[in-house]
Design a protein around this ligand. Structure first.
Ligand SMILES: [Zn+2]
Ligand SMILES: [Zn+2]
Length: 110
């Protein structure tokens, strides 16, 4: 199954429209929406990287595609999911089960 309820991103995984306020103007180097301050990327919560002594030496945040509820690289929730801008997958499945033609597919004439 394909979860097609995400937000469109460009080739650099930046949102084409802000998921929160709908703004579509981003400067070239923008990391946040200039209207509402929302991140311009679907970033995960991130995970710390430790050295051999258990000290945090780095904090890795990953950019994900527009329908990712969880990071594909570290498994942490993404900001779209935390901000409830994406529904839990179980809800999407339940909706699709109710409606067998969710994409307004026309029935072919015989
Ligand atoms: Zn915005
Ligand atoms: Zn991650």
């Amino acid at each position: 199954m394909i979860y097609n309820d995400g937000y469109k991103t460009d080739g650099n995984l930046r949102f084409v429209n802000c998921p929160k306020c709908g703004n579509e103007e981003y400067s070239e180097e923008a990391k946040y929406c200039r209207i509402c301050g929302f991140s311009a990327y679907n970033e995960c919560e991130g995970s710390p990287e430790y050295d051999n002594f258990g000290n945090v030496i780095d904090f890795n945040v990953h950019r994900n595609v527009g329908n990712a509820r969880y990071c594909e690289y570290c498994g942490k929730p993404t900001m779209l999911f935390n901000e409830k801008l994406l529904k839990p997958y179980t809800e999407v499945q339940a909706e699709q089960a109710e409606d067998p033609f969710p994409f307004d597919e026309a029935l072919p004439f015989n």
